[in-house]
Design a protein around this ligand. Structure first.
Ligand SMILES: [Zn+2]
Ligand SMILES: [Zn+2]
Length: 270
């Protein structure tokens, strides 16, 4: 699910007045980006204003229209890994519209629809980076709560705009809904990649999907789009209707039912 961020700007206009009235005007004037941030591990997000860097020669600046909600947002806003740096702006399923590009950027222009996923920097020189596997680079920088090469802590997509090196920005085809594009750059790619690696884009093959959360939904949808026979495994009978009727899965298996679990033997990929 993608959140509509279009109202954020209006919300913050009124908040700006509040900031002034409590003596925060100086800080607001030097900041160019409005966001929702966690200030502590409570899980509550509140308005926050900070500064994005100015556009460098290889940068793309985009107005964020939508940002998917990922479980990673919960993990780090609530400091589950004991490494959260507050204020923390979550969000790494970003979709939006390009507003400005640096002088060396050739592949993007103002007005383009683009997405930014889970990382915004890497060494660009190792075997992984040279194989389009930047997410395995040892110097990979996470889109939020990561320490970038300039020492700043990265801030994510629950914000009005972002500035990113062109290498970590992806074009969304014209006409494709931005709210549907956003979840593809984390949940979507996470299930799409193994399916492609294991040739699970060949009609007639059988795919098993464990759990119907964010990734599971995506896996079922890709599976049906590829013409696969899709079986959903769940601990909860309450997911049956959603799996079969809404997402179009062919089969639903309650994982506590040993007899039904026999279907495992006929799957090509789980
Ligand atoms: Zn994610
Ligand atoms: Zn690298």
């Amino acid at each position: 699910m993608a959140s509509d961020l279009s109202r954020l700007g209006n919300y913050f206009c009124s908040l700006g007045c509040l900031c002034s009235s409590v003596g925060m005007a100086a800080e607001s004037e030097s900041c160019n980006c409005d966001a929702w941030a966690a200030k502590d591990p409570s899980g509550v997000l509140s308005p926050y204003r900070f500064n994005r860097r100015t556009v460098q020669p290889d940068d793309v600046s985009l107005r964020i229209t939508h940002c998917g909600v990922c479980y990673a947002d919960v993990i780090w806003t609530r400091n589950k890994h004991n490494d959260s740096v507050y204020p923390l702006v979550p969000g790494h399923e970003i979709a939006g519209v390009v507003t400005e590009v640096g002088s060396d950027v050739k592949g993007f222009k103002a007005g383009d629809h683009v997405a930014v996923g889970t990382y915004v920097n890497s060494c660009r020189d190792c075997d992984n980076c040279n194989s389009f596997l930047e997410n395995h680079c040892s110097k990979f920088v996470f889109t939020f709560n990561g320490v970038d090469t300039d020492g700043t802590v990265t801030k994510g997509g629950y914000s009005t705009h972002t500035v990113v090196h062109q290498r970590y920005c992806y074009k969304i085809p014209d006409g494709y809904p931005l709210e549907k594009a956003a979840p593809l750059v984390c949940a979507g790619i996470t299930v799409y990649t193994p399916m492609m690696r294991h040739n699970m884009n060949q009609p007639g093959k059988s795919l098993g999907v464990i759990g119907l959360g964010g990734l599971g939904h995506m896996a079922v949808k890709f599976g049906k789009a590829f013409g696969l026979k899709v079986t959903v495994f769940s601990t909860s009978e309450s997911k049956r209707d959603e799996a079969i009727s809404l997402l179009g899965a062919d089969n639903f298996v309650l994982s506590s039912n040993e007899k039904q679990m026999g279907v495992l033997n006929i799957l090509n990929l789980l």
